[in-house]
Design a protein around this ligand. Structure first.
Ligand SMILES: NC(=O)c1ccc[n+]([C@@H]2O[C@H](COP(=O)([O-])OP(=O)(O)OC[C@H]3O[C@@H](n4cnc5c(N)ncnc54)[C@H](OP(=O)(O)O)[C@@H]3O)[C@@H](O)[C@H]2O)c1
Length: 288
């Protein structure tokens, strides 16, 4: 039976990235729906769950994508609430690459650090990628400082993570300029720059002088980069005595995780692939 992936994209013109990856991951038929919202998604889910018998539903799966991660999260919740009993299909949430990118970044850090003993700063931590990085780190016992230009936004981003992760050691920090970010970084072992594309947080001189810092990861691929001096292709590259990763260096792992997550959708009809499940898939890939 053909593997059908139904792409529920919140953008009116769905991008090509997720579609190419779906084909490369081995999907037989890709049905792309654009302009998907919580108001119009339910009939699309019904179309997925009522067309094949319960034993065949593992051959149909859903992918929630699009550039608006918050809209994607709403659609992801509505999709799950539409399932009942055996009438369900597996679903992956990866709007704007947020789950797969965050998982790849944290897996990169975990190669060099014992996360349970790590203090981390996530700059740009209020964005969809940064929030997921912070959540994954907190879930692995790291002490996390989630940084934003606004104390209120930082605290608001911490709240859902505290609800999701029992005993999360997490604080929001206001870092409106380089000096305040440097202060927040002192004594941390890991710095993840997850700011908006083209936003530079620190010069090379600044980040390389942070006391205790061992690993620096910059997810911004658009010049100027978030941490000056890190190259986009850095992948465990040593710079100024620190281990560095750039956006493309992390992106290779992200692509592998993305494809493996698509393939995992077709293993059964009940996989719910949020960022935690996506991270687990990445861990399996590294172990295998
Ligand atoms: N390597 C990959 O495969 C891959 C995949 C997806 C995304 N990315 C990259 O990952 C990064 C994070 O993505 P995202 O979608 O989470 O980013 P985003 O939502 O666009 O931005 C993240 C945060 O950056 C902060 N920010 C925005 N403008 C700023 C400015 N002028 N100065 C300082 N801070 C600013 C904001 O936080 P506050 O307003 O709270 O300060 C915002 O919440 C981006 O650079 C994106 O391009 C990489």
């Amino acid at each position: 039976m053909k593997k059908i992936l139904i792409q529920l994209d919140t953008d009116s013109l769905p991008g090509t990235f997720d579609r190419v990856v779906a084909i490369d991951a081995g999907v037989d038929e890709l049905l792309t729906c654009g302009g998907v919202t919580v108001e119009n998604v339910v009939p699309l889910v019904h179309g997925a769950i009522f067309t094949r018998g319960p034993n065949q539903l593992k051959h149909t799966a859903l992918f929630v994508g699009g550039s608006d991660v918050s809209a994607g999260e709403d659609v992801f919740r509505t999709v799950q609430s539409t399932f009942f009993g055996p009438m369900r299909v597996s679903v992956l949430m990866d709007s704007n690459g947020s789950s797969t990118t965050a998982a790849a970044a944290v897996l990169a850090a975990a190669k060099h650090l014992d996360l349970s003993q790590t203090t981390a700063v996530v700059a740009g931590g209020t964005g969809p990628v940064g929030q997921r990085v912070a959540r994954l780190l907190a879930g692995r016992g790291a002490t996390v400082r989630l940084a934003s230009r606004s104390a209120e936004r930082a605290e608001a981003a911490c709240e859902p993570i505290r609800k999701a992760v029992d005993g999360a050691q997490l604080e929001g920090v206001a870092t409106g300029d380089a000096d305040s970010l440097l202060k927040a970084c002192q004594g941390c072992h890991l710095l993840v720059a997850a700011g908006a594309a083209g936003v530079q947080f620190l010069s090379q001189e600044q980040w390389s002088a942070v006391y205790g810092l061992q690993v620096a990861i910059d997810l911004n691929a658009v010049p100027p980069l978030g941490l000056a001096g890190i190259e986009v292709s850095d992948r465990g590259t040593e710079r100024n005595g620190l281990v560095c990763y750039g956006a493309i260096g992390v992106g290779g792992t992200k692509m592998k995780i993305h494809k493996a997550a698509i393939q995992a959708l077709f293993e059964s009809n009940d996989r719910i692939l949020d960022v935690e499940a996506v991270y687990a898939i990445g861990e399996q890939l590294q172990q295998g």
